[in-house]
Ligand binder design. Structure first.
Ligand code: NAD
Length: 353
């Protein structure tokens, strides 16, 4: 089969990446989608079981810091585009091990940029390097205001500092070498296949198992939440229609205090599990705040809406209910990703190829 385009997606076995890979593989049967992922604890091929047999999909296990692996892939597949999502993504882990975040997020991104630059060798017709980033690079807001594309970077955690650095390298490759880049900064995502160390899946899993629900500080921190499939749609729109050298903020216009969000989840779960109203909320336990915990993030997503016509499709309550339903009917997924079972599955898969 010949393909009209060949796209490298990095981090496609992770939470957002798996939704992006699924969308592209299904929507663009004429594109070859190569999913490169190192399969860290956060990457699971199980996230893509439904499309792994598609003839326009290929998985390659590699690390984005491995220059020769990237060189070989570019030589073999002659990529038209890169959609770069591979990253260390958990703030709490970045506080414990910042250098791992420098290695993957900074060095890995610079390595990928450099290999793309080398292979495209100034012939940028039809080429695109899309870097997926976070709103956390903008730092913390008070009660008022929003992050726009012009907001100055002010990262506060090792995670956001490493993402900010990677964003700067992407723009530096645009300005210095004219690499055809495009970039987006998105707020917190939620949805299916989210590793249960993050707030929403952690709470769902703990409510299900009647375990304590750890809430940082007083639960006053405010985050904007976007349904992951809406983010994947934004990535599709930006990849195809975004202006080279531009960045787009992506958000849900949907701000929630952590404690209110946990209460909402508790009430949805009480209904789903047939518990007394208020039963799950009794599990809430306040724990010592995360050091340097940013108070509020809020995204102004007017630019992508006005210029590219994208907007979120789901109301939060609807998206949360779909998410809860997914976790309740995929309890074996949570059990697999939190145990060693999946690693064994992968070993068998990998060696049989
Ligand atoms: P995730 O942790 O679920 O997935 C990351 C994936 O990258 C995993 O599959 C992992 O195996 C892979 N990976 C990690 N290190 C690698 C390496 N050195 N080489 C190759 N692959 C490697 O993360 P996510 O939540 O899906 O986030 C994806 C991207 O989107 C990240 O760049 C993140 O900064 C960004 N982002 C996330 C959110 C969010 O709410 N989750 C919001 C905005 C932006």
């Amino acid at each position: 089969k010949t393909f009209s385009k060949s796209i490298l997606v990095t981090g496609g076995a992770g939470f957002i990446g798996s939704h992006v890979v699924r969308l592209f593989v299904n929507k663009y049967p004429g594109y070859r989608i190569v999913n490169l992922d190192a399969l860290t604890y956060a990457g699971n091929l199980e996230n893509l079981k439904d499309i792994e047999q598609a003839d326009n999909y290929l998985f390659v296990r590699a690390d984005i810091t491995d220059e020769s692996a990237l060189n070989n892939l570019f030589a073999e597949f002659n990529f038209d585009g890169v959609i770069h999502l591979a990253a260390e993504s958990h703030v709490d882990r970045s506080i414990l091990d910042p250098l791992q975040f420098v290695r993957t997020n900074v060095l890995g991104t610079a390595n990928l940029l450099n290999v793309a630059k080398k292979h495209w060798a100034g012939n940028y017709e039809g080429k695109r390097f899309y870097h997926v980033s976070t709103d956390e690079v903008y730092g913390s807001l008070g009660e008022e205001g929003f992050f726009t594309e012009e907001t100055a970077y002010d990262p506060r955690s090792p995670y956001s500092a490493s993402k900010a650095s990677s964003d700067h390298f992407v723009m530096a490759y645009f300005h210095t070498y004219h690499l055809p880049v495009v970039m987006s900064n998105c707020s917190n995502n939620y949805g299916s296949h989210h590793f249960p160390e993050k707030l929403i899946p952690l709470m769902i899993n703990n409510i299900r198992n009647s375990r304590p629900l750890p809430v940082y500080g007083k639960g006053e921190n405010v985050r904007d939440w976007l349904y992951v499939e809406d983010h994947a749609r934004a990535i599709d729109v930006i990849y195809h229609k975004g202006v080279t050298g531009e960045k787009y903020n992506v958000g849900g216009f949907n701000e929630w205090k952590n404690i209110d969000l946990v209460h909402l989840l508790c009430s949805i779960m009480d209904k789903k599990l047939g518990r007394e109203p208020g039963a799950s909320a009794k599990l809430i336990t306040y724990v010592t705040d995360r050091p340097g915990h940013d108070l509020r993030y809020a995204i102004d997503a007017t630019k992508i809406n006005r210029e590219l016509g994208w907007q979120p499709s789901l109301q939060f309550e609807e998206g949360l209910e779909k998410t809860v339903d997914w976790y309740l009917s995929n309890t074996e997924w949570i059990d697999h990703v939190t145990s060693g079972d999946y690693k064994n599955y992968y070993e068998e898969q990998y060696h049989s190829r």
